[in-house]
Design a protein around this ligand. Structure first.
Ligand SMILES: [Fe+2]
Ligand SMILES: [Fe+2]
Length: 224
């Protein structure tokens, strides 16, 4: 019999849970539950809903923060979803400011067409900010008034690179948010974010094209 077993545990007890499992493995047959577990082909350990999993993953850029690795497969509370959406909103403000400023200060004939494009991005980011703040309000939260920091530079390529990196980060986060909203059965919010993702992907393509590159894979480029 193939059985998939999911064990729910408190992160604080993870070590004990693992050691209990190894003890159980050494004493097969001593208990009906152990017999069931021993027939399992896959065993997954999950933290209790709302609790964070300790950081498990390391990349060549160093350890990945616990929040970033923990959220896959973990259901957020509504309060945590509000906090994540507020981070998204802060990124939208950052994008609005960057696109407004960069579209005006990009100089040189080779940047005229992308400068025009960035103006269009600015108004799309404003629509995203409105949409995300509506969702935060619907969930009972207070939309943030703080943007993420905007890079200041007078080098056109650095401006475009900063925008591209921000779009990568935004897309990675919105992909996570769609999954998290669906886990909370907030399907309408997930739909709104899917619509936003279409625009963000277009922005990513526009910027990569202006830099003469292929659009990066957001998951890979974000190092996750
Ligand atoms: Fe956006
Ligand atoms: Fe964007």
């Amino acid at each position: 019999m193939n059985t998939l077993v999911r064990l729910w545990f408190s992160p604080a007890l993870r070590k004990k849970a693992e050691s209990a499992w190894h003890t159980a493995e050494r004493n097969l047959g001593s208990h009906a539950i152990v017999t069931l577990l021993s027939s399992a082909t896959e065993i997954h350990l999950f933290p209790f809903p709302g609790e964070a999993m300790p950081s498990q993953r390391t990349t060549d850029k160093g350890p990945v923060p616990a929040q970033k690795t923990a959220e896959r497969g973990t259901t957020l509370t509504r309060k945590q979803l509000i906090d994540r959406l507020n981070e998204d909103l802060a990124r939208e403000y950052q994008a609005i400011i960057a696109y407004i400023v960069y579209s005006q200060v990009l100089k040189g004939p080779e940047y005229m067409s992308i400068a025009q494009e960035l103006q269009t991005h600015a108004s799309e980011e404003l629509n995203h900010a409105l949409l995300i703040s509506q969702q935060i309000d619907y969930l009972g939260g207070m939309p943030t008034v703080e943007p993420k920091q905007v890079k200041t530079t007078d080098n056109p390529e650095e401006m475009l690179r900063a925008d591209l990196n921000n779009e990568v980060e935004t897309i990675w986060n919105y992909r996570e948010r769609v999954r998290q909203c669906e886990q909370l059965q907030e399907f309408a919010i997930a739909e709104h974010i899917r619509e936003i993702l279409k625009d963000e992907q277009e922005h990513l393509i526009d910027l990569a094209t202006a830099l003469g590159e292929d659009p990066p894979d957001p998951g890979e480029a974000a190092g996750r």
